[in-house]
Write a protein that binds this ligand. Structure first.
Ligand SMILES: Nc1ncnc2c1ncn2[C@@H]1O[C@H](COP(=O)(O)OP(=O)(O)OP(=O)(O)O)[C@@H](O)[C@H]1O
Ligand SMILES: [Mg+2]
Length: 482
C-alpha cells in the first residue's frame, strides 16, 4: 500500500481518495493541524492524496504520517526521497502517536523488499524485532529533520530475546488426576480439544492452567503470525514484541461475542485469534451464553474466523486447542460418591445441554476429574514434572512434523480426512475395538475421525508406527465412549 500526493494550483481544497474509512477521512483534519503546528506550511492549493491500491480497504489512523510527509514532499518542503515504510497517527500538535497492527505491515513491507520503517516511538521495537531498520519518531518535525539529513535519529535497538518462559502451575503440583493429566498430555501433543468435568475444588482449573507448561515451543513462523495477531489487537509488549510461549487465553464467561471472536470498527481479533497456535480455556463453560459458544464452531472447524461488516470482511487465523471445564451439575456433586447431589434431573439435563451437541462433537476428550482421596493429596512421593512430560510431547511433535512435511499441518488434530485414512492405520485388534464402539455407540462420522486422530497421537506418544488396540482403547476411554 502506498500514499501519493499531488499539490496543484487552484482553489484551496484537500481530498483523500482510495476507499478511505472514516478514520482516514478524519486524517485530513489531523494532518492539516499537525503540519501547521510543526512549523510547516499547509499549502493553500488543490491537494489530492491517493491511497493506493484503491480497491483495498484502508482502516485506522496509521496513514496520517505518510499523508503529511507526502504533502510536504509534493509542496517542496521536503527535498530528499523518503525511503521506507511510514506509519503513525498524528496528533494536532504534530506528535507521532502509536497505532495498532504495525507488525503485519512490517512483514508485508519486508516481503516487498522494504527494510526500513519510520514509526511512532512506542511501536519502534516491533519493527526492530523483525529485523527492519526502525526509526522511532517522536514528532513530525523530527521526521522531516531526519529525512533531510539535518538531525539524524538513532534506529531502535533490537529488543533482547525474552527469557525462558516460566509457568504458574506445574503438573507436579497436582495430586492424583492421572487420567486428566494423560488427556492434557495428549491434547498438548496432538492439539486435540478437551473437556474436564468434575465437582468443585478437584483441580480442573489448575489442570487447565498447567497446559502451557507442557506445550511444545512455538516454531519460527508461528512466532511471527501469533505476534502479528497480538500487534493488530494492540496487545504487544514493547519490551518483548515477539511472543516466546504459546498463547493461553482464558476469557471469562461474561465476555461478549465480539471479545471472543473479534469484530468492531476497525476490526480487532478476538480471543479465538489471540489463542492462535496456543490454547483457549473456557472455565465454567456452561456459564457462557449458548449463542456465544455457538460462534466457536467456525474457528474450531476452519481454524480461522471471518468477520463481515458493511462492505468488507476480515479473516483472522484462529487455530487453537480448546480446553473447557465444567461441573457435572449445578450443585457440582453429581456422581460424587461422598456427597449427595441435590439437583433435579431436568436441571441437570438443562445444565449439560448448555454445551450443544455440535460443539460437544468437536471436543475429542471428555474426562472426569474426581475428588482426590486424602492419602493422595498427602502423598509426598515425587510426581512427574511438566518438563518431563514436555519432552515426550516434543518427541511426538517431531514425528508429526515428519508426517506433515510439505503441508501446512503441524499436529494430528489438523489432519484432513484423507490423511486420517492414510496415517491412522489400525492393527487388527484395534480395528475390532473401534468398529464395535462405532456400531454400538452411534459415534458420528466426525466423531469417528476425531477418535482416530486422538488414537494416532496416543500411538505417537508411545513412539508406535501403527495404532494398536491399546492406543485405540485410550482414545475411546478419553472420549467418554469406553
Ligand atoms: N489435585 C489437586 N492437587 C493439588 N491441589 C489441588 C488439587 N485439586 C485442587 N487443589 C487445590 O484446590 C484449589 C482449587 O482447585 P481448582 O480451582 O483447580 O478446582 P476446580 O476443580 O477448578 O474447582 P471449581 O469447580 O470450583 O472451579 C487449587 O488452587 C489447589 O490449591
Ligand atoms: Mg475451577
Amino acid at each position: 500500500m502506498w500514499v501519493e500526493a499531488d499539490v496543484a494550483n487552484g482553489l484551496p481544497h484537500f481530498s483523500i481518495v482510495g476507499l478511505p474509512d472514516t478514520a482516514v477521512s478524519e486524517a485530513r483534519e489531523r494532518v492539516r493541524s499537525a503540519i501547521r503546528n510543526s512549523g510547516f506550511e499547509f499549502p493553500l492549493r488543490r491537494i489530492v492524496v491517493n491511497l493506493a491500491p484503491a480497491e483495498r480497504r484502508k482502516e485506522g489512523t496509521g496513514f496520517d504520517l505518510a499523508i503529511a510527509l507526502a504533502i510536504l514532499k509534493a509542496s517542496g518542503q521536503i527535498e530528499r526521497e523518503i525511503d521506507g515504510l511510514c506509519l503513525g497517527e498524528l496528533s494536532l500538535d504534530g506528535a507521532v502517536r502509536p497505532i495498532r497492527g504495525v507488525m503485519p505491515r512490517i512483514l508485508r513491507a519486508r516481503d516487498n523488499g522494504i527494510e526500513r520503517a519510520y514509526l511512532p516511538a512506542a511501536n519502534a521495537s516491533e519493527a526492530a524485532a523483525l529485523g527492519s531498520e526502525s526509526i522511532p519518531l517522536p514528532h513530525l518535525r523530527a521526521a522531516v529533520e531526519h529525512v533531510e539529513g539535518r538531525a539524524r535519529l538513532v534506529p531502535a535497538p533490537v529488543p533482547p530475546a525474552a527469557p525462558e518462559p516460566s509457568w504458574d502451575v506445574d503438573l507436579a503440583d497436582i495430586a492424583g488426576q492421572d487420567t486428566p493429566k494423560r488427556a492434557l498430555e495428549i491434547a498438548a501433543a496432538g492439539g486435540h480439544n478437551l473437556l474436564l468435568v468434575g465437582p468443585p475444588g478437584t483441580g480442573k482449573t489448575m489442570l487447565a492452567r498447567a497446559l502451557p507448561s507442557i506445550l511444545p515451543p512455538l516454531e519460527p513462523d508461528e512466532v511471527l503470525l501469533a505476534s502479528a495477531i497480538h500487534s493488530v489487537a494492540g496487545l504487544t509488549d514493547p519490551d518483548r514484541p515477539l511472543l516466546r510461549a504459546r498463547p493461553f487465553r482464558a476469557p471469562h464467561h461474561t465476555a461478549s461475542r465480539l471479545a471472543l471472536v473479534g469484530g468492531g470498527v476497525p476490526p480487532r481479533p478476538g480471543e479465538v485469534s489471540l489463542a492462535h497456535a496456543g490454547a483457549l480455556f473456557l472455565d465454567e463453560v456452561g456459564e457462557f451464553p449458548p449463542g456465544v459458544l455457538e460462534t466457536l464452531r467456525e474457528p474450531l472447524e476452519e481454524g480461522a474466523v471471518t468477520i463481515s461488516r458493511a462492505g468488507s470482511s476480515a479473516t483472522y487465523p484462529a487455530r487453537f486447542t480448546l480446553v473447557a471445564a465444567q461441573n457435572p451439575c449445578p450443585c457440582g456433586r453429581w456422581g460424587d460418591p461422598e456427597a449427595e447431589c441435590t439437583c433435579l434431573p431436568d436441571a441437570i439435563a438443562r445444565y449439560r445441554a448448555r454445551i450443544s451437541g455440535p460443539l460437544l462433537d468437536r471436543i475429542d476428550m471428555r474426562v472426569a476429574v474426581p475428588r482426590v482421596p486424602y492419602r493422595e493429596l498427602r502423598d509426598r512421593r515425587e510426581r512427574e514434572t511438566s518438563a518431563a512430560v514436555r519432552c515426550r510431547v516434543e518427541r511426538a511433535r517431531a514425528r508429526m512434523r515428519g508426517r506433515f512435511a510439505g503441508t501446512r499441518r503441524r499436529c494430528n488434530a489438523e489432519m484432513t480426512k484423507r490423511e486420517v485414512e492414510r496415517y491412522c492405520e489400525l492393527d487388527a485388534s484395534g480395528e475390532r475395538l473401534v468398529s464395535a464402539a462405532v456400531s454400538a455407540r452411534r459415534i458420528s462420522a466426525r466423531g469417528y475421525h476425531r477418535l482416530l486422530r486422538v488414537a494416532r497421537t496416543v500411538a505417537d506418544l508411545a513412539e508406535a508406527e501403527t495404532i494398536a488396540s491399546e492406543h485405540a482403547a485410550v482414545a475411546l476411554l478419553l472420549r467418554g465412549e469406553a
